[in-house]
Design a protein around this ligand. Structure first.
Ligand code: PLP
Length: 708
């Protein structure tokens, strides 16, 4: 598994279809175009700078080196006669075929012209760049792939989309694809079935952090493209992507013309119209047996509340997982699931990820824990200092709680103050958990020393300082959760904290290595004094770290932060391999891409099923959360449970959040959205009938913390 986007080949499953032939292949660009568009009827012939949109597309494709033919494929519907009329007038070859089975239309067009390979372009992309097309064609011509595209990750602008595939792949998809979306959108089967050798071409400058929308679906998209043409008037007919990027650099306001539109909305909408995914036949017998044994010897039947029976619909959910590979896991009965909790965040690359597993196995053979420090402690510290903006020195722990508690102790020692202001969740230790409703066993004197404040509410932090003048040692906070930080909020927190003589600690146990390799502090450009890392840093091995400013970190010489497994070598080896892999493979960009697809798909499906008021996927793409609400707006654990129940029955291990990993590829996201579409239909039905609770096949899930 070299990462899901590098190559989707499943060994032993690949067809003997080759893009590489001894003789040069005849490649035909087939532009699909039709007049009927719900949002912008007749768009393909809409005027852009005095020419129809389709003419821009054809002209640009004719400028591509390495292409043998350009033709337009439209439907037989009389409404599409104007497309044929345009082709006749402009001397463009035209094929007419099925209106909705566009896969069939492509197949027949390619067959007719005798193409060995096809370049698929849609007629609503008038900014298609001949050089980008040529690059994807060139990669395809180099051989070894059945399907080459630049669309599996959003490294190019949306609207510079190129797909190249062999005729043999097209024919196989044409024979085997059955779902309406697979027929309508031509290539989902090639991308997702695992039957083809798939390859993604990355943009040399990765643009995935920006959503650049250059495709035309809405009137505002057309206005944007017209403005671009006007702005690049002097650049000749086939100005390229670089010219458009330069223009947007000098006139960024142009992007506001069509800002805020969802990418691939049409595809997600068509998923809503697909037949539901049937529930799988599953046995949970062994899960039940293990639960009985656990009940007798393990309080709560779990080591981690969020993994326990209160978080999953009992009777429907598996109780124990036995193994995992990539983003898939298998329960003790052998049932397979696509996992979205990913062990609550740590497994950021995938289960049994080769580079990490191999590093660990190599280390196992040399020993795991020693009487003196191991060089890995130094190597990994150096890597963290390079990676995380605030890191000048590093100390390791095992769980995130070690890191947050270590940071708090160091801050108290550094400032000689006792009070801690906190915002978010920070782990199981006394100093924090006393602020929650699970505060049994925490002495009152300890509780008084930690005071919560509210996110995006600077006044609530000002009150903490006002009520504890000169006593606050540190402000510890999750820099961001699912709520977007208000403009300047984090900067104001830092300013206020420092003005009051306290230290700022970012709890990056969740956001570290996920929002950016250097964490939320890197993504949001706010550097704290100390930061706490955990979860994802070792791809599932137990490791956490406190990092930060040298003068504060030197307090660790004075305080007591020391435990037997502090320098345990397997986790250090795992982290070194994992962080290196994340850096080299640009893993975070992948998390943003795939997470955004899942989030967009979820929200479009919820709208299509009329339940957007009840459920929404929120948060930054690498980690999103699905919220469920009653009509009146209160959180609904019943709706969440029903949704979870229906996902579990169909092979998606949903527990509320999506911790996207590098192993969640387009195939898994599409499969998941099909399952979500099915669960949403059931939810919509239950909401309409008002009987969601009675559809549950086990007790509803419960909150870990009671509402205060
Ligand atoms: C933001 C944050 N901080 C700290 C922790 C505590 O980490 P651990 O459970 O590894 O002790 C968590 C755990 O979920 C967390 O989400």
């Amino acid at each position: 598994m070299g990462g899901p986007l590098a190559d989707h080949r499943h060994p032993g499953q690949a067809l003997s279809i080759s893009g590489a032939e001894e003789e040069r292949q005849m490649l035909a660009a087939i532009v699909q175009a039709r007049m009927g568009s719900t949002r912008l009827p007749g768009k393909v012939l809409a005027d852009i700078g005095g020419e129809p949109m389709l003419w821009h597309v054809v002209k640009r494709l004719r400028a591509v080196t390495g292409l043998d033919k350009v033709l337009v494929a439209t439907s037989c519907d009389p409404a599409d006669d104007p497309v044929q009329g345009f082709c006749v007038l402009r001397g463009v070859e035209c094929f007419r075929g099925s209106e909705n089975d566009v896969l069939d239309r492509y197949y027949r067009a390619a067959l007719l012209v005798g193409a060995d390979g096809v370049v698929r372009i849609t007629g609503d992309c008038p900014l298609i760049d001949p050089q980008v097309v040529a690059r994807v064609v060139e990669v395809y011509r180099c051989g070894g792939h059945d399907y080459v595209t630049n669309t599996l990750r959003y490294t190019y602008p949306d609207g510079v989309d190129v797909e190249v595939f062999s005729f043999a792949a097209l024919e196989t998809a044409w024979r085997e694809a059955v779902l309406p979306t697979e027929r309508e959108h031509v290539t989902p089967y090639m991308r997702s079935s695992g039957r083809f050798r798939v390859h993604n071409v990355q943009c040399p400058v990765d643009l995935s952090g920006r959503y650049l929308r250059w495709t035309v679906d809405e009137p505002s998209d057309l206005a944007f493209v017209r403005a671009v043409h006007e702005g690049l008037n002097g650049k000749g007919e086939c100005f390229g992507m670089e010219d458009v990027l330069d223009l947007l650099e000098s006139a960024p306001e142009l992007q506001e013309i069509n800002g805020g539109i969802v990418c691939n909305e049409g595809f997600y909408k068509s998923l809503a119209g697909e037949p539901p995914v049937p529930a799988r036949a599953r046995s949970l017998e062994k899960s039940r047996a293990w639960k009985e044994r656990a009940r007798r010897v393990v309080p709560s039947m779990t080591q981690t509340f969020s993994k326990g029976p209160t978080q999953f619909v009992q009777g429907v959910a598996p109780a124990f997982l036995e193994r995992g590979m990539g983003c898939r896991v298998w329960d003790v009965d052998g049932n397979e699931y696509i996992d979205y909790a990913m062990a609550l965040g740590p497994v950021i690359l995938g289960h049994d990820y080769p580079a990490v597993s191999e590093a660990v196995v190599r280390q196992v053979r040399k020993g795991t824990c020693f009487t003196l420090p191991h060089p890995l402690e130094v190597e990994l510290s150096e890597l963290l200092v390079e990676t995380v903006p605030c890191a000048e020195m590093v100390r390791f722990g095992k769980n995130g709680s070690d890191a947050t508690s270590g940071a708090v102790r160091a801050a108290r020692a550094y400032t000689s103050r006792d009070v801690i202001a906190c915002c978010g969740y920070h782990g199981w230790q006394d100093w924090y958990i006393g602020t929650t409703t699970r505060d049994k066993g925490i002495p009152g004197a300890v509780k008084e020393l930690t005071v919560p404040f509210r996110y995006n509410d600077i006044k609530s932090l000002e009150r903490v300082f006002a009520q504890h003048p000169g006593q606050v040692a540190a402000v510890i906070m999750e820099p961001v959760g699912v709520v977007v930080p208000e403009e300047g909020f984090l900067e104001r927190v830092r300013e206020l904290t420092h003005a009051q003589g306290a230290l700022l600690i970012f709890d990056e146990v969740v956001t570290g290595f996920r929002m950016a390799l250097g964490g939320a502090q890197q993504y949001l450009h706010v550097t704290p004094d100390l930061a706490c890392l955990g979860k994802a840093m070792a791809n599932g091995y137990p490791l956490a770290a406190v990092v930060g400013r040298r003068d504060i970190m030197e307090m660790f010489d004075e305080i007591f932060f020391s435990f037997t497994f502090g320098g345990e070598a397997l986790s250090l080896a795992a982290a070194l391999a994992a962080i290196t892999e994340m850096r080299d493979k640009k893993v975070v960009a992948h998390l943003w891409d795939q997470g955004q697809r899942l989030k967009d798909g979820y929200n479009v499906l919820a709208r299509e099923w009329g339940i957007a008021a009840h459920t929404e996927c929120v948060g930054f793409a690498p980690r999103t959360v699905a919220s469920f609400r009653e009509k009146e707006g209160g959180e609904s654990l019943v709706l969440k449970s029903l949704f979870q129940q229906e996902c579990l029955k169909r092979g998606v291990l949903f527990s509320g959040g999506h911790n996207i990993s590098y192993s969640h590829g387009p195939c898994e996201i599409e499969t998941t959205l099909r399952v979500y579409r099915t669960a949403m239909e059931i939810l919509a039905d239950a909401i309409g009938a008002g009987d969601a609770a009675s559809r549950l096949e086990g007790p509803a899930v419960q909150p870990v913390f009671r509402a205060a």
